[in-house]
Each structure stands twice: as structure tokens, then as C-alpha cells.
Design a protein around this ligand. Structure first.
Ligand code: DLL
Length: 435
């Protein structure tokens, strides 16, 4: 180890070195892609040859890759190595359609373990820790990716997998789990189950949580950290690129550091596909420059966030991303106004008494969109007094109106009414029949 919270010395590369390495790796990736059936065709259309990339900035000459491209050509149309070099297939969770499948070589798996080790160490993981992985093991990249990263660091893994909440608690207690790996919504589900089982946080040894795979807010983090008594860091990734390990937080909490020696990052206006000014919301477009089996050129993630430059207090000089504000395909258009579920979450959790469990229902009874937000309350805020409840409802209405510019119907619910999630939370029910 080089410094606390740093796993490998490449993480501390100065900016010019990162760019120089990116150039070599991008040029080589483009050369390799000339034999990949999908890119062969695309590069022909765009006039890209093995000498087209003369600097990292030449990335703008290259074509974009979309989820549909992947779906229509997967997995073999994207394969850059002979089939005998593939050792693994993983895929997206398929919540927005058919799962996208991507392949890995042995070296891809090795690189992936290292990338996960980096963000784990950056979030405080130490070899002496025991880590419980409550992510699904299977096509989903969360379980295996984190598992290998934890082993790489030398910590002990409990591959508990998703679900079976009572058993999770038992394992945490019996094996004195130090760190938890799951979605933020499942961390809350576990916290609630602890209360129901009469388990105190002092009965457990939990100190850290590595949370990701779905959008969450700073208020949600506060709630998780306070109820579980832990530090919860954010990490981001997607199966089309590699899985978890694209970026992760350091103790400064000033955004998630991209692992730029492996990925080139662009933050673009989704309409014009031109870069947005620093700190403005744009769509993340990622090019993988070390993936062997399935290199991705300018993959349009649909994830909207802000990207920041500048040296961080931790010593890294990599670009950093804000929380994901939403996916462009999750954005709701309500009476013509764009709103993301995470904005509604922020508005709800800004009001004292609202628990971090909610559901957003969108209807169009006649011609106008109508949104009902069903919000659970903390038990001590539930009251028999109608006036108390009405006042609370008004406060939530106001907070939602202020943050989203929209008026929504607020329905207050007792704790435990809504469905709980073991993986990624599904918060929106859109009943509009839109064509
Ligand atoms: O969710 C990979 C992953 C696993 C990341 C475990 C972190 C931890 P997919 O199932 O392909 O892969 O889903 C990728 O999830 O495009 C984002 O929309 C969302 N996502 C992932 N991490 C975060 C995060 C995994 N930290 C999609 N914050 C991505 C917000 C996230 N959204």
C-alpha cells in the first residue's frame, strides 16, 4: 500500500501522465476494434482507420455506441478476442428491456478485481475486515465484482448474496461483519429489519458500507449512516463497461473518482452531444481502453451527472463525478416539466418525520398528468391528531413544490406499508398510457 486509502500507485498519476496513457490505450483500442464486427462496420461509415487517433481529443471523431447497438449485436458482434479467450459472461439486470450481455477474458477479470479493490480501499476497507456481500451473484455484476475486489485487498468475504434478510442479520452478528456491500435501499431494509428483530447497532460490528448500483441522495446516506452507525461510500459502474469499479468515493466525499487509466470520460449534452461546461449536468459517455473481450467506444450510459476536474485532497488528479441525478430514460415528464425520482426523494427527506421509503405513482386521469407520492413516516411522527397529519402533509407538499416546481398529491403511510427491495429499488409506477 502506498498511502492510506490508496490501493495502487497508478491512482496517483499526475494529470499529464493520465492523458499520455489514455492516448496510447485509446489508439490501441481503436486498432483492436478494427477487427470487431460491430466497429468494423461503424468505423467504415465514419472513415476511421488505425491512424485516426493522434491524441485523446480525437475521441470526438469516433462513433457512439448505444444500449440498442449492444442488444442488437450481443455478445459476439462486439467480441474483440477469439471465443476461447472468453472466461465469463455477465449482463445488466434487464430492468429496461432485454439484458445486455458482455464477455470477459481472464485479464478483464483481473483488471476488474483491481478496480474494485481501489474503490474499496478508498472507502476505508482494510485486509483485517470481514465483508458481507448482499448483492446478487449471477449475471448481475455486483456480487462477483465486489467479491473479487474484497479478496484482492485480502479481507474476508461472506458471499451472502441478495435477500434473506434475517439470515443476513444472523451472519452479521455471528461473523462480526465489519463492512456491508449492497444497494442503498437494501441497507435501509436491513436497518429496519434490525429494529424489528430488536438488534441494536451496538450488537453488531459494522463500520463501513460500500453502496451503489442505484441513484440515492445525500439525505439517504445520512439516514443509512445514522441508523446503522457506519460510514457509507458511493461507488458507480455499469455492466456494459465492466460492472462496479468505474468510479468510487474517497474520504473527501467530493465526488466519485473515475478510474481514468482504464476509462475515458466525456460529459455531453444528450441533445447536441457536445461537452457541457464543467459542473453542469450532462450524460456520461464512457470509452473503455483496457477491456480485452468487449471494448466499448463512446458508450452512451444515459446516466446524468456533473463532472469535476481539479486535484482532490486525497492526492488523486482524476475527474470526479457527482451522484447520478437520474437516467435520461428514468426522467419523468410531468405536465411538460422534467423531474427525476431522486429530486422527489430529496424533497421528501428534507422534511422531518418522513422515512426513506416512498413510491411515486403517475396517472393521467383525463388530459392532465397527476402524481401521487406515497411516503412512509417515521413511527414517532404518526399521530391520531388530524391537524398534525395535515400540517405534515402540507410541509411535504411545499418541499416537493419548491424542489420540482410541481404540485403533487401526498399520501402519508405508516412504516412498513410499501414494498422493500433486495436489489435495486423500483420507486416509480407510471400508469399513463403514453405512445
Ligand atoms: O449496477 C453495476 C454496479 C454494481 C455498480 C454494484 C455499483 C455496485 P447495471 O446493473 O448494469 O450495473 O446497472 C448500471 O445502475 O447505468 C446507473 O444508472 C446505475 N448505477 C450504478 N451505480 C450507481 C450509483 C451495476 N452509485 C446502472 N449511483 C448505471 C447511481 C448507479 N446510479
Amino acid at each position: 500500500m502506498y498511502k492510506p486509502f490508496i490501493w495502487d500507485k497508478a491512482e496517483l498519476m499526475p494529470r499529464e501522465e493520465i492523458r499520455a496513457l489514455q492516448f496510447i490505450r485509446l489508439r490501441d483500442t481503436v486498432r483492436r476494434c478494427l477487427t470487431v464486427p460491430f466497429y468494423q462496420q461503424k468505423f467504415k461509415e465514419y472513415g476511421i482507420t488505425d491512424t485516426s487517433v493522434k491524441s485523446v481529443d480525437d475521441i470526438t471523431k469516433l462513433p457512439f455506441t448505444s444500449k440498442d447497438d449492444l442488444r442488437n449485436n450481443q455478445p459476439f458482434g462486439f467480441l474483440a478476442v477469439p471465443r476461447e479467450q472468453v472466461v465469463r459472461y455477465h449482463g445488466s439486470t434487464g430492468t429496461t428491456g432485454k439484458a445486455t450481455i458482455v464477455a470477459y477474458t481472464r485479464n478483464d477479470i483481473d483488471v476488474w478485481a483491481n478496480l474494485c479493490a481501489r474503490f474499496l480501499v478508498s472507502g476505508g476497507l482494510k485486509p483485517e475486515h470481514t465483508v458481507q456481500v448482499a448483492f446478487g451473484y449471477g449475471l448481475f455484476t455486483g456480487g462477483f465484482g465486489l467479491h473479487y475486489g474484497i479478496e484482492r485487498v485480502g479481507a474476508a468475504v461472506i458471499p451472502a448474496a441478495a435477500g434473506n434478510t434475517k439470515r443476513q442479520l444472523m451472519l452479521m452478528k455471528d461473523l462480526e461483519t465489519d463492512a456491508l456491500v449492497c444497494t442503498p435501499s437494501y441497507a435501509l431494509t436491513l436497518a429496519e429489519a434490525m429494529q424489528a428483530e430488536g438488534i441494536n447497532r451496538s450488537d453488531l460490528n459494522l463500520k463501513l458500507a460500500f453502496l451503489g448500483s442505484e441513484p440515492w441522495t445525500e439525505s439517504m446516506r445520512e439516514s443509512i449512516e445514522n441508523t446503522l452507525g457506519i460510514e457509507g461510500s458511493n461507488n458507480y459502474g455499469l455492466s456494459e463497461i465492466i460492472g462496479p469499479g468505474v468510479s468510487g468515493e474517497c474520504p473527501e466525499r467530493s465526488g466519485m473518482h473515475f478510474q481514468e487509466d482504464h476509462f475515458i470520460i466525456e460529459c455531453l449534452d444528450p441533445e447536441t452531444l457536445k461537452p457541457v461546461p464543467e459542473g453542469e449536468v450532462g450524460e456520461l459517455v464512457i470509452t473503455s481502453i483496457t477491456r480485452e473481450a468487449v471494448p466499448m467506444i463512446r458508450y452512451r450510459t444515459r446516466d446524468l451527472c456533473r463532472v469535476y476536474t481539479g486535484k482532490c485532497g486525497c492526492g488523486r488528479e482524476t475527474l470526479r463525478m457527482s451522484r447520478v441525478i437520474g437516467r435520461s430514460d428514468d426522467m419523468l415528464i410531468i405536465r411538460g416539466v422534467n423531474v427525476f425520482p431522486a429530486q422527489i426523494e430529496e424533497a421528501l427527506l428534507a422534511v422531518e418525520g418522513v422515512a426513506p421509503h416512498y413510491q411515486i405513482i403517475v396517472d393521467r386521469p383525463k388530459t392532465m398528468d397527476e402524481v401521487t407520492v406515497r411516503a412512509e413516516l417515521d413511527p414517532q411522527f404518526l399521530s391520531d391528531k388530524m391537524t398534525d397529519m395535515m400540517q405534515l402533509q402540507k410541509r411535504i407538499e411545499k418541499s416537493v413544490q419548491q424542489l420540482t416546481g410541481l404540485s403533487m398529491i401526498i399520501e402519508l403511510l405508516p412504516t412498513g406499508t410499501l414494498e422493500r427491495f433486495e436489489g435495486k429499488a423500483k420507486r416509480v409506477v407510471d400508469n399513463r398510457k403514453l405512445v
